[in-house]
Design a protein around this ligand. Structure first.
Ligand code: PGA
Length: 240
């Protein structure tokens, strides 16, 4: 794991500050970087901190890619991951939503929507940065176990673990059964990956991700082979 940089933090503010600094490094080096950004509970404080830490407009030229989206959920729905991406990252950084590459979970032809996404990644010259959370089952985006490292952007059925974990995102509303996800291939090919992990409930999956066998059964374990991975992790999760 020669490419691993581990940033161990206290939970809360310290974690958010370190996560924001990790992302800011790319923004400062290349204000037009192509970045894919996760939603989920973990990165929310980090994104808020990032928006406050960057000089006004500094992140507005980023080429943002949505990481995943539920199938059949419009952007106006409280469960929409596009809506969440917009509220948490796109709007606070002043990125024009029309310039974002969205995953269209309402498309008549979902395969074509996924191909369009992969084509947009190719046209961008690949991703400069992937900001990812770690699923309780080792998923990245909705690349659920088992996922081949060459998996393309596609529709994926949510695992039981993801259905349970995501149930709290929009209380009272059912979690959609399937989602579009950026493929493991484009995520693993990102020139830099920042993996954000917090909470004691993640410590076993972190151990399997970073120290276990590299296997499709833990899709995040392929990150062990990534040449430029930064893991920002709080002490609750770091009980490896
Ligand atoms: P979480 O989700 O940040 O809400 O824990 C992470 C994930 O499922 O990828």
């Amino acid at each position: 794991m020669s490419g691993l940089r581990l940033t161990l933090t206290d939970a809360g503010e310290d974690f958010d500050t370190a996560g924001a600094a990790a992302i800011a490094e790319t923004v400062v080096a290349d204000p037009k970087a192509a970045v894919v950004v996760a939603t989920g509970r973990t990165p929310m404080g980090t994104y808020g901190r990032l928006a406050r830490a960057l000089p006004a407009g500094a992140g507005s030229a980023l080429r943002v890619f949505q990481l995943d989206e539920y199938v059949g959920v419009p952007p106006s729905d409280p469960r929409s991951l596009a809506g969440w991406t917009r509220r948490s990252f796109v709007d606070p950084l002043g990125v024009d939503p029309r310039s974002v590459v969205w995953l269209d979970g309402l498309a008549d032809d979902l395969r074509a929507a996924c191909r369009a996404y992969d084509d947009a990644v190719t046209s961008a010259g690949g991703l400069d940065l992937a900001v990812l959370g770690l699923g309780p089952n080792g998923h990245l985006g909705f690349n659920e176990p088992p996922s081949d490292p060459m998996s393309r952007t596609r529709e994926a059925a949510l695992s039981k673990a993801s259905l349970a974990s995501n149930a709290g995102y929009a209380p009272g509303l059912p979690v959609p059964r399937s989602a579009l996800t950026a493929g493991l291939d484009v995520l693993l090919a990102a020139r830099r990956v920042v993996l954000l992990v917090s909470g004691a409930h993640k410590h076993e999956i972190v151990r399997r991700t970073l120290r276990g066998p590299v296997t499709a059964d833990v899709p995040a374990s392929f990150l062990q082979q990534h040449p430029n991975l930064q893991v920002v992790i709080d002490r609750d999760a770091w009980q490896v």
